[in-house]
Design a protein around this ligand. Structure first.
Ligand code: GAR
Length: 198
């Protein structure tokens, strides 16, 4: 069967990466995880890649905080291309991508974000939703462009905000939805890839 070669980028604990890799292992996702890359040397996402036997690498990000140094972004393109990646899934990758990546993978970079975009882009979106007194929030998978948490929306899931929610309880409920939504979207893209229609 024709499998979609994917790369996963993340900076943190990697629970979405785990959900994707479990989806592949269980046969629900016709993808081939070619490479996991992190800009954080000791990020748990790299341990998860090792646990699943997926090639993985630390990419030194350079001197900026919210983006990669241009040379690092060029290096990232080389790594992903070298691994034959055709879809890049951001899973808690906390840097904004720019031209090198977006030109190399046009309409082939997706992201998951813990809010109902266009509401609450940026950091700790669940806290933003709580502070704004929202009754409903959720998560969004979208194509990536040069703006933070912006680009064509592919799918969303809603989570009701409960009166006694803390930031932690809300984020963990959103993450349960993320772990369903992200593999489901990627499964759909795998299907399109198989039909040569990605
Ligand atoms: C997820 O909640 C994801 O939506 C969020 O980071 C978390 C990563 O968790 N991403 C963003 O906020 C992007 N702006 P994980 O490392 O356990 O997958």
């Amino acid at each position: 069967m024709k499998r979609l070669p994917i790369g996963i980028l993340g900076s943190g604990k990697g629970s979405n990466a785990r959900a994707i890799l479990e989806g592949i292992r269980s046969g629900k996702l016709a993808a081939d995880a070619r490479l996991v890359v992190s800009d954080v040397l000791d990020a748990p996402i790299l341990d998860i890649a090792r646990e699943f036997g997926v090639p993985n690498a630390f990419l030194p990000p350079g001197r900026f905080r919210t983006r990669l140094e241009p040379e690092a972004e060029d290096q990232l393109v080389k790594m992903l291309r070298g691994a034959g990646v055709e879809l890049v899934a951001l899973a808690g990758f906390m840097r904004v991508l720019h031209e090198p990546m977006l030109n190399a993978f046009p309409r082939r970079v997706i992201n998951i974000h813990p809010s109902l975009l266009p509401k609450f882009p940026g950091l700790e979106a669940w806290k933003q939703a709580l502070a704004a007194g929202e009754k409903v929030t959720g998560c969004t998978v979208h194509y990536v462009d040069e703006k933070i948490d912006h680009g064509r929306i592919v799918a969303q899931r809603e989570a009701t905000i409960l009166p006694n929610d803390t930031p932690e309880s809300l984020h963990s409920r959103i993450q349960i939805l993320e772990h369903e939504l992200y593999p489901a979207v990627i499964a759909e893209l795998c299907e399109r890839y198989r039909e040569a229609n990605l």
